[in-house]
Design a protein around this ligand. Structure first.
Ligand code: SAH
Length: 487
């Protein structure tokens, strides 16, 4: 669009909202009265600057009764999810960047501003102060302390929470990511998932490792039950052999969050040398240095002056995976896959409510499956998985999941590599074949939320984290196909 066109568009846009359907501009009204309700909506969206085919598609997906604000939000979501295509396609880079970035954002922002001025709630979907598509949301979401979620095993809780109408019903969904994301990320994620409040939980309440995660889901929260037995909740209970070497000044009871990489042998040797060459007990400075390194790298005491990183099978145990689940791949890959995975007991506690609802088993769409934390949680709960469509880009992870599946399951596993390849048509035909999905579950990559390198901490707009947008895109499609299948 040239400069003049852009200015014209902005002036024009600033005068419209969905309210113009009932404006007293008699010319418009007369014209619109002759149109079907569907055409009126198309007309409104086109007048806001969206393309006609986009407008028609979103009305088909959301239904012609959907409020105009819901339609706008839905187009923005789809476009945000598809941004990767445009942004990475060298041939359409220019057009794509403008279309997916500034243009749609501008349309939505203008729309939101207008809605705010009119004092209306934004369609019951996203909150009025709204999430921005690029993750630079104004609001930051307060993290609870302690991070105990809506309830923990043993808590008494009879009431369930109220969910927005659009979020209820088939399919169930469950989304996970790191709790300590940059400012505004959780508010944005929530605004794309029916405005549901995240459930922030630290896995230290379920095992001996701290793992602070946020979960947005539409599952009931009352009458949950934990996997029995729960794993040991302190380092000493989990690894009693380390007790004899553990110095009193190392006061850790839990491991830090399990990372995707591990300490070098140079570091453990530096620690050994520092301790061997000082008095006993070590000076406060040496204690502080060693304690901080042990905490940072999750080192355990394995001998006099000797610390070592956790072995991959010890991490499997802490995170609730079967022994040797990741065995057979390189150590580096094992640490990476485990570092990214779910803590199985935590997730299983939330999913436990599904057991009674699906006594004959369920169909699951597992996005960003990794090494199968979700599948293992369901299996440990005794929930039969009739069909799992698992979407995971890493071949190594797919191989691990397939090997476990073949050994333990009788259902069907369909493995797909890339979420970007999941189209609406493919979803619909697959769902019709298998009878729909009962659960959509996944935690998208968090590479751009964590880490000390500020350059990469660019929130949802980051190279990996933008994949989040595929979750609401795919969930939206699954929900509308489920609706069509039920009607
Ligand atoms: N919950 C999983 C791990 C999720 S980590 C578990 O329990 O193991 C995020 C996962 O997304 C990683 O395994 C990563 O390989 C995968 N991933 C990254 N890009 C992807 C893409 N484009 N499509 C599908 N999966 C992707």
């Amino acid at each position: 669009m040239g400069t003049t066109g852009r200015i014209h568009y902005l002036i024009f846009f600033s005068h419209i909202s969905d309210d113009h359907l009932s404006s007293d501009d008699s010319d418009d009204e007369g014209f619109l009265q002759e149109m079907s309700p569907r055409d009126k909506k198309v007309e409104s969206l086109v007048s806001m600057g969206f393309r006609e085919d986009e407008a028609k598609m979103v009305i088909t997906r959301c239904g012609q009764d959907a409020d105009i604000s819901v339609l706008v939000e839905s187009i923005c979501r789809s476009v945000a999810a598809g941004a990767s295509y445009y942004e990475r396609d060298a041939n359409s880079k220019e057009a794509g960047l403008d279309y997916c970035g500034s243009s749609v954002r501008r349309k939505r922002t203008k729309f939101m501003e207008k809605k705010k001025i009119n004092g209306k709630r934004f369609g019951g979907g996203a909150r009025e102060s709204g999430g921005s598509i690029d993750g630079r949301h104004e609001e930051s979401m307060p993290l609870p302390n302690p991070m105990a979620g809506f309830n923990l095993p043993g808590d008494r809780m009879s009431m369930d929470r109220l969910l927005p109408k659009e979020a209820i019903g088939r399919s169930f969904f469950y989304y996970e990511n790191v709790a300590l994301a940059p400012k505004g990320v959780w508010a944005t994620i929530s605004s794309f998932l029916y405005d549901i409040q995240p459930e922030f939980v630290d896995s230290k309440f379920f095992c001996a490792a701290t793992r602070k995660r946020g979960y947005i889901h539409n599952l009931p929260t009352a009458n949950r039950s934990p996997l029995i037995p729960l794993p040991p909740k302190t380092i000493h209970d989990a690894f009693p052999c380390t007790k004899q070497w553990w110095p009193s000044w190392d006061t850790r009871r839990h491991f830090n969050c399990i990372q995707t990489c591990t300490a070098s042998s140079a570091l453990t040797e530096r620690i050994r040398a520092a301790l061997a060459n000082c008095e006993d007990p070590p000076s406060p400075e040496v204690q502080k240095y060693v304690f901080e390194q042990c905490k940072k790298w999750n080192l355990v005491w394995v001998g006099r002056y000797r610390v070592a990183p956790l072995e991959p099978e010890e991490i499997e145990f802490l995170l609730g995976f079967p022994k040797d689940h990741t065995r057979g791949i390189s150590r580096t890959e094992r640490y990476k896959s485990l570092g990214n995975s779910f803590q199985v007991h935590t997730v299983a506690y939330h999913l436990s409510v599904l057991r009674e609802m699906f006594p004959d088993g369920m169909n699951v769409l597992s996005l960003f499956s990794g090494i199968g934390g979700a599948e293992i949680a369901l299996h440990k709960l005794g929930i039969h998985m009739k069909t799992v469509v698992s979407v995971e880009i890493s071949k190594v992870n797919r191989t691990i999941l397939k090997a476990w599946w073949d050994q333990t399951q009788s259902g069907t596993l369909i493995e797909i590599a890339d979420v970007k390849d999941i189209t609406d048509d493919w979803l619909e035909s697959t769902m019709r074949k298998i009878g729909g999905f009962d659960l959509v579950i996944g935690g998208s990559p968090c590479n751009n939320f964590t880490g000390s390198n500020r350059y990469h901490r660019d929130g949802l707009a980051g190279e990996h984290s933008f994949l989040f947008y595929h979750f609401p895109r795919i969930l939206g499609c699954v929900k509308s196909v489920m609706q069509r299948m039920q009607s």
